[in-house]
Design a protein around this ligand. Sequence first.
Ligand SMILES: Nc1ncnc2c1ncn2[C@@H]1O[C@H](COP(=O)(O)OP(=O)(O)OP(=O)(O)O)[C@@H](O)[C@H]1O
Length: 305
Amino acid sequence: MDTLVRVTDLSRRFGSQQALSDVNFCLDTGEVLGLLGPNGAGKTTCLRMLSGMLAPTHGRIEIKGIDLSRHPLKAKRLLGYLPERPPLHSELRVDEYLHFCARLHRLPRRHIPEAVAEAKRRCGLDDCGHRLIAKLSKGFRQRLGIAQAILHRPKLLILDEPTEGLDPFQMRELRTLIRNLAQECGVILSSHLLAEVQAVCDRAIIMHQGRIQFDASLYSPPGSNQWRVRLTPTSDASTLLILPHVLSAEAIGGDRYRIALDALGNPSDLSRSIVMAGLGLLEFVPEHSDLERVFFDLIGVEERT
Ligand SMILES: Nc1ncnc2c1ncn2[C@@H]1O[C@H](COP(=O)(O)OP(=O)(O)OP(=O)(O)O)[C@@H](O)[C@H]1O
């Protein structure tokens, strides 16, 4: 697969504040990458640098092998950007605004009507051309923000908190749109919601205090068969290890254990054998993915084990 974006040792300092430190990652065409992290983690700073709006203090960004700092115009032609606050002009009508943006993207005049029609079609704005932007709902404003970003058919689409403030229905529609757009380009989006990233992304990077804490595919590896149990305090937990199909049983605190089963093990047999071995079973849940573990550890939403 093509490497679309290569980010090397990217750092940014604002005065004494180190907003981003030594960030490294790559993105392939067709991939949707989610940047996750709490407020102030550095997501927007990272996306602003990727979009060419902010210069790095240190490090390099290449888009299709083109160095963004050295050849900004050439590299920026390959990307579309939806900032945290979409740059909409509320006094304009949708068509007027998209024509204006098409000129900013330097599309040849004769191609503009077709490009505007196509962007509206892809973003579900076909019937909105004459509507005043001031009168659009939040969901339609986000669609319009994305439409301006894809007018020139970029190879890389950068979306900063694209579903922020949308209702669940609008969120679902926008996620479908993002997945459809990803058939033609790579997408990097930011969010502080784990479920959001899990719903739409192929890969997630968790950022915290300007650094990458986790970077992995969201497709669970085949054969990951892990369960979390809580036993009564008097239980002899070493018994877990001799139960059928148990590969390991790791104590994770609070009388809880993370149990890994082999490929033949299954949860219903495991729960039965725990009880038959005389252990007091209080809780039995699927173990979180590594992504969820890191996220909850950082954000501290879930009870700690
Ligand atoms: N222009 C700026 N001047 C000074 N500090 C800044 C500037 N932009 C960002 N920062 C600081 O850099 C850090 C990272 O901010 P950033 O906006 O990138 O985080 P974020 O993960 O996008 O957060 P949020 O989810 O709240 O948007 C924060 O501490 C922020 O205060």
